[in-house]
Structures are given as structure tokens and as C-alpha cells.
Design a protein around this ligand. Structure first.
Ligand code: TXA
Ligand code: MG
Length: 323
């Protein structure tokens, strides 16, 4: 399709989004993490439409969003008790569980794998769409392949205008970073992607250690190193290095008091100060990078946050954004 993408708002917009999805079309919807490009998970044509709009390789599995925990039995099999423990605690919310795929589920949605990623999102609009449909929605982040995930409807349009029929506007995403993914199929439960639900929070529920491998032994397509990238080259530098760097023609993102010493903003340098709190920093990160990305700088520089657990999700995305 090449027509303009519709921006849907309000009650009527919600009804239109539901009708389009029911008819097998793809619609971008707000979630509490980032915007997702949704389509009926049980409709192979709709799932193919998602891959096509994003130009996403067919072997990159999608996350299936369920209306409620009761739907789990239709999508996964041999579900361990730990999955229910985690789901009861964190759903609806930004936790994705990797489970064994139910044999009836099309392997299109799982990129040919025998595992499936599922979650119940907490964004009120997404939940209402799910409950009206009473069907699961496959939804990867609503960005062209490899690019930054959108946290607003306008950011969806910046990447996919003309490639999808509609986006439902639900304001800015609460977390701004993708969900935590926990693999419950592996021998030991492990975090495949750091996100808003921390390892500590997970362990407080499971009562056993959750692994958080620095690198994953199995390269999962869609979890590749070069991902979440702006077009402009990006570097992370220490607070100290930032103060002595040549920042001509750069966009700078910082979080600490060090920014006060960064050579005063010149015509060719734009400084964006984000919070020194990882949750607030994470919420603003993609939007800030997206804004700086279109300003034509030679380089984006991000002040490296501390290498501590609360910053795990932010650090993971920054590492990938830097390629
Ligand atoms: O917060 C989120 O999770 C957002 C919102 C829209 O829900 N979705 C999202 O989807 O980030 P996506 O497609 O951009 O990222 C999905 C991740 C990929 O890294 C993919 O490899 C992994 O989930 N994944 C999905 N199914 C998998 C599977 N069967 N095995 C291993 N990894 C899987
Ligand atoms: Mg994505």
C-alpha cells in the first residue's frame, strides 16, 4: 500500500482499529513498552502482512499478545508452573515468556521455531482491543527492521507511513523500552532480553536464580547485535571522556552532572539532558535518539550509564544502538 497511514484517535478510532484487525489488516497499537505492529496471530495473511510492512526476515519470531492468561493454553504447551507464577505476578505488563509452542500454532508466527513468545500487555487501549477481539495479536515493535522502536504514534508514522493502513494513538509509551523476555524452555530460566522487569524482581517471584547471559549462546534471529539503531553513527563514552571530547556537529545525550562541564552548546552541538534515574532515562531514550537522528549530525554521543542492574535494559539497547 502507498496511501497515507491513518492516525486513529478516541473511541471511534479504537472501533476502527478493531474492525481493521478483525478484517485481517495490520494496525500499529500503543503498548506500555513501545508501539507494536499488530495483526491477528491466528491469521497467516495478517502475520505475513506484519513481516512485509517491517521488511522483517521471515525467521525472526514475533511476540504473541494475549487478551488474558486464560488464552495461554491455546498458544503454548507443557507450560511450567513457574510461567504461571510469573504471569500471575507481572501480567498484564512488560514481561514476555518464551514457552513451548502449541502444535496447532502456525510456525509463521514463531519464525519456524518450536517455541513461542507470549505476553499480556498492560496498555489500556491495547487491552481493550484484545478484549473486543477476544483473540491474540502478534505484534513486533512498529519500526522498520533494525531501526529504533517507536514510543509515540508520530514516531510510528516517521518509520512506516504509507506501509501500514493505520496507527491508533495512545500517547507516549510508559516504559519506552521493549519487554523483558524470559526463556522458560531452556534448562535454566534465563533473560533473553533485559527490560522493565528486572532480574531481581523475577527472582523474588521464582525464588531461584534467573540467568542473564552477557551473550546468548544461541543466536536468536531478531535478537541480533546490530539492532535498535539510529541512522547516525552512535558512540557511548564515559562521563570523563565526554568532557574533553570534540563535540562539533554532534548530538549529545547525557544524564549526570558531568553535562554541566560539557563545552557550552554551540551551533553545531545539541545537548539533551535526561534523568539520572534509569526508568525515566529509558522512557525518553528512543524518542530522544530519534529526534537527534534527523538533525543531520556527524555523530551521536551518549554518556555511558553505570554498569549496574537497574541500568541493564538501557545498557543493552545502547550497546546495540552503537553496533
Ligand atoms: O515490548 C515488547 O516486547 C514489544 C511490544 C510491541 O510488545 N514487542 C517487541 O517485539 O519488542 P519485537 O518483535 O520487536 O521483538 C521480539 C523479540 C525478538 O528479539 C525475537 O527474537 C524474540 O522476541 N522472540 C520472539 N519469539 C521468539 C522465540 N520463539 N524464540 C526466541 N526469541 C523470540
Ligand atoms: Mg523490535
Amino acid at each position: 500500500m502507498n496511501d497515507e497511514t491513518l492516525k486513529l484517535t478516541g473511541e471511534q478510532g479504537l472501533e476502527e482499529a478493531v474492525a481493521m484487525l478483525r478484517a485481517g489488516q495490520c494496525v500499529a497499537l500503543p503498548t506500555e513498552t513501545v508501539y507494536g505492529l499488530a495483526g491477528l496471530a491466528a491469521d497467516e495473511e495478517a502475520v505475513l502482512g506484519i513481516f512485509e510492512a517491517k521488511a522483517r526476515p521471515a525467521d525472526h519470531p514475533l511476540i504473541v499478545h494475549l487478551p488474558s492468561i486464560e488464552h495461554l493454553v491455546h498458544w503454548a504447551t507443557d507450560v511450567p508452573e513457574m510461567a504461571y507464577q510469573l504471569a500471575r505476578t507481572f501480567w498484564p505488563g512488560p514481561l514476555t515468556l518464551l514457552l513451548k509452542k502449541h502444535p496447532d500454532v502456525s510456525s509463521l508466527v514463531t519464525g519456524g521455531r518450536d517455541t513461542i513468545a507470549v505476553r499480556v500487555p498492560s496498555h489500556p487501549l491495547f487491552l481493550r482491543v484484545l478484549s473486543k477481539l477476544n483473540q491474540a495479536l502478534a505484534a513486533p515493535s512498529a519500526n522498520p527492521y533494525k531501526q529504533l522502536s517507536p514510543t509515540t504514534a508520530d514516531q510510528v508514522l516517521a518509520g512506516l507511513n504509507g506501509r501500514i493502513p493505520a496507527v491508533l494513538d495512545g500517547g507516549a509509551s510508559e516504559f519506552g523500552l521493549e519487554s523483558t523476555i524470559v526463556d522458560l524452555v531452556a534448562k535454566t530460566p534465563s533473560i533473553l532480553r533485559a527490560g522493565p522487569i528486572s532480574r531481581q524482581a523475577l527472582e523474588s517471584v521464582t525464588g531461584m536464580p534467573i540467568h542473564a547471559p552477557e551473550r546468548h549462546d544461541v543466536a536468536v534471529p531478531g535478537n541480533v547485535e546490530a539492532h535498535y539503531q539510529p541512522h547516525t553513527r552512535l558512540r557511548c563514552v564515559s562521563s570523563e571522556a565526554l568532557q574533553s571530547m570534540d563535540l562539533a556537529n554532534t548530538g549529545v545525550v547525557c544524564w549526570s552532572a558531568a553535562s554541566a562541564n560539557v563545552s557550552a552548546e554551540t551551533d553545531s552541538c545539541t545537548l539533551r539532558e535526561l534523568s539520572d534515574d534509569p526508568v525515566n532515562f529509558g522512557r525518553a531514550l528512543y524518542q530522544t535518539l530519534a529526534e537527534l537522528d534527523v538533525m543531520g549530525f556527524r555523530l551521536l554521543v551518549v554518556e555511558q550509564p553505570p554498569q549496574t542492574e537497574p541500568w541493564a535494559a538501557v545498557n543493552d539497547r545502547l550497546k546495540r544502538a552503537a553496533g
